[in-house]
Structure formats: structure tokens, C-alpha cells
Design a protein around this ligand. Structure first.
Ligand SMILES: Nc1ncnc2c1ncn2[C@@H]1O[C@H](COP(=O)(O)OP(=O)(O)OP(=O)(O)O)[C@@H](O)[C@H]1O
Length: 262
């Protein structure tokens, strides 16, 4: 479980905090979406979860341990629990698919035989077993993101952090990557935290969400809790989204939803 308590982040020289007293919980074994406009503090929040950023104040509890207080050695171990995938994939173009995945394992000191088995297993998991020897330049955007996901999973993390993982992809590819993430969550039981500005992403795969605005938390909770708040902003956003479909409304018994849809 992830628990943030009064987390604030003030960047040096910035006139306003990127995060201001944010408190929220993310249940283990769920997919959780972080929503907000550009500059709302989404990336900063995500980076506080793997301590790429150190909060100026507050607690970031991962499985009961406040990671703000960890030593460098403890932090290195903790980071192995946190896989990350990026909007622009961040693959090394001078390495083939297998070697891109293998690199972080090699750096982590994993034995060659174990690395080979892990690379094979994650390539199979993301449906790219036939592409082990391919070069990044030979892959589509969706395939590149599958490599990014495989690379993150090779270290066997308990958490997968996704920074706008589908923003660079067309709608069809986005859907297939989201379904893959949902599938992986089911198969591995990991917790996935994703940044998105698309309500459709939340509706398709998330069990919980949070909305940030100018560094402040507007609202958070499970989708059930969000949909039960009749005046809630997230409920309104979910129902106003053009893609709102019957299945979603039925899932949360959103009476009066039709009224809300433009
Ligand atoms: N390294 C940094 N140094 C100084 N200010 C920063 C830094 N990173 C982010 N900020 C500022 O903090 C605020 C929140 O940025 P952040 O990137 O977390 O927002 P975001 O919601 O992820 O935005 P986007 O969707 O555009 O990526 C913004 O005002 C941004 O300019």
C-alpha cells in the first residue's frame, strides 16, 4: 500500500510549491490514476514515490515504510520495488530489444543465467518473444512501449509507475497497452500508478484515482467512492467525458448520468 501524508514539494527558486500538503492512499494490487492539467504536480508526485524527488515535507509510506527517511543503501533496495515506464519509452537505440531489457539487470548485478530467463519471461508476458533480436528503430510505438514495460518488469518490482505511458500512441494502440497493463496487474498482482490526462484511461483500467490542481489534491479515492460523491469533481469529469459508455455507467450505477453527458 502507498500512503502519502501531507506531502509538499517546493522546488528551489519556484514561486509556488509543486505539491502542497497532499495526502492520499493507494490500495495494494490496484491500478490508480493521477489526473490533472499540465503543471498540476502529477510527475512530481510520481517521482516522490520512487524518491527521484525528495519531498520538502511529509511522509511517503510504501508498505508501511517512510521512504523519505531512507539511507542511500536502503533507497537503492527500495527503488528495485518500483518499476517505471515513460511516455517516450527511453530505449537505447544502440541495443536490441533483449539487451535493452537486460541492461538494468546487469547493472543490478543479476547473474547472467537468471537475466536470460527473466528477459525471456518478460518478453513473453508483453507478447514480444519473436522480437528479442529486433532493434528499437524496427518497432512501432506500441511495441516500443511493450519493451519499456518488459524492461520495468524484469526487475520484478511490486509497483509499476507509468508517466503518461500512452500519450504518444494512437487510440487503438493506447487501448492495447492499457489492456496489457490491466492483464499484467492481474497476472502479477502488482500495484500500478499511472499519470494521465485522459478520463478514458481511468475508466478503462483504474480502480482508483486522484485529481491534482496547482499542487493541491482536489479529490481521491476508489472509483466506487468517487462515483458515490454526487457533487464530486471527478465523478462529473468521468461522466462528462465524451467516451462515457453504458458499461461504465452500469458498473457504477450512475443514475442521472445521461443528464451529465454533454
Ligand atoms: N525540476 C524542477 N525544478 C523547478 N520546478 C519544477 C521542476 N519540475 C517541475 N517543476 C514545476 O513544478 C510544477 C509541477 O510540475 P509537474 O511536472 O510535476 O506537473 P505535471 O502535472 O506533471 O505537468 P505535465 O503534465 O505538464 O507534465 C510546475 O510548475 C513545474 O514548472
Amino acid at each position: 500500500m502507498i500512503k502519502l501524508e501531507n506531502v509538499s514539494k517546493q522546488y528551489a527558486g519556484a514561486s509556488a510549491p509543486a505539491l502542497a500538503n497532499v495526502s492520499l492512499s493507494i490500495e495494494a494490487g490496484t491500478i490508480f490514476g493521477i489526473l490533472g492539467r499540465s503543471g498540476a504536480g502529477k510527475s512530481t508526485l510520481l517521482r516522490c514515490l520512487n524518491r527521484l524527488e525528495k519531498p520538502t515535507q511529509g511522509r511517503v509510506e510504501i508498505d508501511g515504510q517512510d521512504i523519505v527517511q531512507l539511507s542511500v543503501a536502503q533507497l537503492r533496495r527500495q527503488r528495485q520495488q518500483m518499476g517505471m515506464i515513460f511516455q517516450h519509452f527511453n530505449l537505447l537505440h544502440s541495443r536490441n530489444v533483449s539487451d535493452n531489457i537486460d541492461l538494468s539487470l546487469e547493472i543490478a548485478g543479476v547473474a547472467r543465467k537468471v537475466r536470460r530467463q527473466r528477459v525471456e519471461a518478460v518478453l513473453q508476458l508483453v507478447g514480444l518473444d519473436a522480437f528479442a533480436g529486433a532493434w528499437p528503430s524496427q518497432l512501432s510505438g506500441g511495441q516500443k512501449q511493450r519493451v519499456g514495460i518488459a524492461r520495468a518488469l524484469a526487475a520484478q518490482p511490486r509497483y509499476l509507475l507509468c508517466d503518461e505511458a500512452t500519450s504518444a500512441l494512437d487510440p487503438e494502440t493506447t487501448a492495447s497497452i492499457l489492456d496489457l497493463l490491466a492483464d499484467i496487474q492481474q497476472q502479477l498482482g502488482i500495484t500500478i500508478v499511472l499519470i494521465t490526462h485522459e478520463m478514458a484511461v481511468v475508466k478503462r483500467i483504474c480502480q482508483g484515482a486522484a485529481l491534482l490542481e496547482q499542487g493541491q489534491l482536489v479529490e481521491s479515492g476508489s472509483l466506487q467512492q468517487i462515483m458515490a460523491r454526487k457533487e464530486g469533481r471527478l465523478r462529473q469529469m468521468l461522466l462528462q467525458d465524451g467516451e462515457t459508455d453504458r458499461a461504465f455507467r452500469a458498473r457504477f450505477h450512475a443514475q442521472g448520468a445521461a443528464r451529465c453527458v454533454a
